[in-house]
Design a protein around this ligand. Structure first.
Ligand code: CA
Length: 231
């Protein structure tokens, strides 16, 4: 499972240790030493999950979590907050900020990997599914990669989930709220315009491959995926 994890941690030794542990476990990692760097990384390539240190110089990890969770573009990226043992308030604040989970430092590598896997299984179950195909477009959930006629499509995690849903539910119109239920999950509160944001990103990613026409807007109803009407 080549899920990508962004580690936000200001202590170089801890950052080094965590990324070593994650890479040993088969994850792809990206690193940021502070909130600013993290935001830059997020805008260039969104990860599948963020490990967020609570104590960061400048904007704290909790503040950054709050900011990311209130932005429709990043709100669905799961966040695990890392907090120091004994700081009981931090735990509460970690979850109050919208983070999916927290892990107390110091933690064992095995514990950290287990917690990451639990969240990825819940949020990105597609990583355990089969390759799907439509008119030259191939999507491989296990490697989290998509290709059109052999050329890789550059997709963020949400666009990937959206495209996977469309490929497995073709020629049917889905409303924004239905897509939220199916792709984001029923127990998350996200505004419907978030769907439009990600549909736009998905089309933009497919455009260089001349495949964006497969994602169609059905006025007043929602969206539909169809290979037959490919432009
Ligand atoms: Ca720190």
């Amino acid at each position: 499972m080549a899920a990508k994890i962004l580690i936000v941690e200001d202590e170089p030794a801890v950052l080094e240790m965590i990324s070593f542990v994650l890479e040993q476990a088969g994850f792809e990692t990206e690193r940021a030493a502070n909130s600013e760097e993290a935001r830059r990384q997020l805008s260039s390539s969104p990860p599948d999950l963020i490990l967020m240190d609570w104590m960061l110089p400048g904007m704290s990890g909790i503040e950054l979590t709050r900011v990311l969770k209130s932005d429709p573009v990043t709100s669905d990226i799961p966040i695990i907050v890392l907090t120091a043992r004994g700081e009981e308030d931090d735990k509460v604040r970690g979850l109050g900020s919208g983070a999916e989970d927290y892990v107390l430092k110091p933690f064992s590598p095995r514990e950290l990997i287990a917690r990451i896997k639990v969240i990825l299984r819940r949020i990105t179950p597609h990583v355990f599914e089969e390759v799907v195909e439509a008119d030259g477009l191939h999507l491989d959930p296990s490697s989290r990669r998509a290709h059109v006629n052999g050329k890789e499509v550059d997709l963020g995690p949400t666009e990937f989930r959206l495209l996977h849903f469309f490929l497995t539910h073709r020629d049917k119109v889905y409303s924004r709220s239905k897509l939220l239920d199916k792709v984001w999950g029923t127990n998350v509160f996200i505004e419907e315009r978030t769907v439009d944001v990600h549909i736009r990103r998905l089309r933009k990613a497919l455009e260089p491959h001349n495949a964006d026409g497969m994602v169609q807007t059905v006025r007043g109803a929602g969206y539909r995926f169809s290979e037959r009407l490919r432009a």
